[in-house]
Write a protein that binds this ligand. Structure first.
Ligand code: CAO
Length: 453
């Protein structure tokens, strides 16, 4: 048996830190590493854990007390005098956090010292300088200690905020002296979620810093009639989050054009007849991939990504296409589409589409795309605004072809016309380039021999 005097270790240049939380009671059985108190200075708040296991005989601090290095926290009776100092084997995570502050670095050093100290003898109260100070979230590795404006919150609130990814300095505190409480964090998160779900900007009161949206309407739908709830599929949740980010963060503009595919359709039908025995089916998608690959070579800024202030122009052409599956939208990618024949593109796109519907695409088969195509031609529509698949900068949307009367200079002629909707990132591509790209694509589809040159 040994009675150990627990005192505040070296906490760097922090003096007269206030005791803001007492986490243990006299008589309690304490585990090694269990936090005893929380102290807070104008720079940070820290938990002070016990380095020994034992029974807390006495508590020598009260809420609001000011403590500095050496202040006695309490008296601990250890069951085994030879219990090793737990803090001397600090976990890597603690060590990493500790390395960010003077206080915690020296505290760890203190732990190591006391680990090497001789074991106390029974009944005698000996000082233990082995208390490790655990810096709280405000002292995380990426956040340098600040001398002013530090939000006041207990470590458990800081931990809660950290788990939810909430920046404490954004949260208004409703506790005494503006202290941030659990309820404040919950309120903040609720507000943020409501904003994220809000589709329409309702005001600009933040002066452009945020969207300042109205909360999402909370409606009890069942009040108005029977309803059924269906959870979103995993793919829907993932693709939804991606689409939302891309829609909000990329300034989209869509250029709508039409391509005359009368000759192309005749060619496609002929090819299908010729390849019927081989089982290769040439859908419009294969022609679109081929034509886009040629256009991307001609207009390299469409085959690029924004990286800070740089445009990354890719020397490869990997084209993704949206596939509608029972579980939601996925985008398999055809690699090096510019080097592949029409037959290869037809076979590969059919195989990937089948795999997509079966939910068997591997992550690698959906990665590395440089441009995307969303073909809704099999379903209908005249135009739409496809959402760019970040970090790409453009996407081609295609709707159903229709026979239209086209003026040929002397008379109206029936021509099979394909609507092309090209969405582009206006930070990278200007309207004239988009119009040129779409017109060029149209010219390739109108006379597919050009795509083979
Ligand atoms: N105009 C008229 N008919 C068209 C056409 C077009 N633009 N595109 C395809 N069709 C026809 C095809 O010729 C085919 O008819 P036949 O069976 O008589 O030959 C039929 O529509 C079905 O084609 P398909 O859809 O099986 O084949 P595809 O290669 O054109 O498309 C795929 C494959 C995977 C792109 C498509 O099935 C798909 O999933 N599209 C959905 C894309 C999507 O959801 N986009 C939205 C994303 S943004 O919300």
């Amino acid at each position: 048996m040994a009675r150990i005097e627990l005192s505040v270790p070296d906490i760097g240049d922090v003096h007269d830190a206030a005791v803001i939380e007492i986490l243990v009671k006299p008589g309690a059985t304490i585990k090694a590493e269990q936090s005893l108190i929380t102290i807070e200075s104008d720079k940070a708040s820290m938990e002070v854990p016990s380095s020994h296991a034992g029974v807390l005989q006495e508590l020598r601090v009260r809420l609001g007390d000011k403590v500095s290095q050496g202040s006695i926290i309490g008296i601990l009776e250890t069951a085994d005098a030879a219990v090793p100092v737990a803090a001397s084997v600090a976990t890597p995570a603690v060590a990493a956090a500790a390395a960010t502050t003077v206080a915690s670095t020296s505290a760890v050093a203190a732990s190591a010292e006391s680990a090497a100290a001789p074991a106390p003898t029974g009944g005698e109260v000996v000082p233990a300088h082995s208390i490790r100070v655990a810096p709280t979230a405000s002292l995380g590795p990426a956040e340098p200690p600040s001398t002013h404006g530090v939000p006041h919150a207990s470590p458990s609130v800081r931990k809660f905020a950290r788990e939810l990814g909430v920046a404490l300095d954004k949260v208004p505190g409703s506790g005494p002296k503006g202290r941030i409480t659990h309820a404040d964090i919950q309120q903040y998160v609720k507000g943020a979620l409501a904003q994220a779900n809000q589709p329409v900007a309702a005001s600009v009161s933040s002066g452009g810093a945020g969207l300042d949206l109205l909360p999402w309407p909370q409606v009890d739908f069942a009040k108005y009639g029977p309803i059924e709830r269906q959870p979103l599929s995993r793919i829907k949740k993932i693709s939804g989050a991606n689409l939302h980010r891309n829609w909000v963060r990329i300034p989209h503009v869509t250029n709508n054009d039409e391509a005359d595919i009368t000759e192309l359709e005749a060619f496609r039908v002929k090819l299908n007849e010729e390849h019927a025995k081989a089982g290769t089916k040439f859908t419009l998608l294969a022609f679109l991939i081929k034509a886009c690959a040629v256009a991307l070579k001609r207009f390299p800024q469409f085959n690029a990504s924004l990286d800070g202030d740089d445009l990354v122009l890719k020397q490869y052409v990997h084209i993704g296409f949206a596939a509608d599956t029972p579980n939601g939208l996925v985008v398999p990618v055809i690699r090096d589409a510019d080097t592949k024949s029409l037959t290869q593109l037809a076979t590969e796109s059919a195989a990937l589409a089948a795999k997509a519907r079966e939910g068997k695409l591997s992550p690698a088969e959906m990665q590395g795309g440089t441009f995307s195509i969303s073909s809704l031609g099999g379903f209908g529509g005249t135009t739409f605004t496809p959402i760019i698949n970040a970090p790409e900068v453009a996407i081609l949307g295609v709707c159903r072809s229709a026979m239209k009367p086209i003026w040929n200079g002397s008379a109206f002629e029936p021509r099979l016309t394909l609507p092309l909707s090209l969405s582009y990132d206006h930070r990278v591509i200007d309207g004239a380039s988009a119009a040129r790209f779409n017109a060029f694509l149209g010219s390739l589809l109108a006379d597919f021999r050009r795509a083979l040159v």
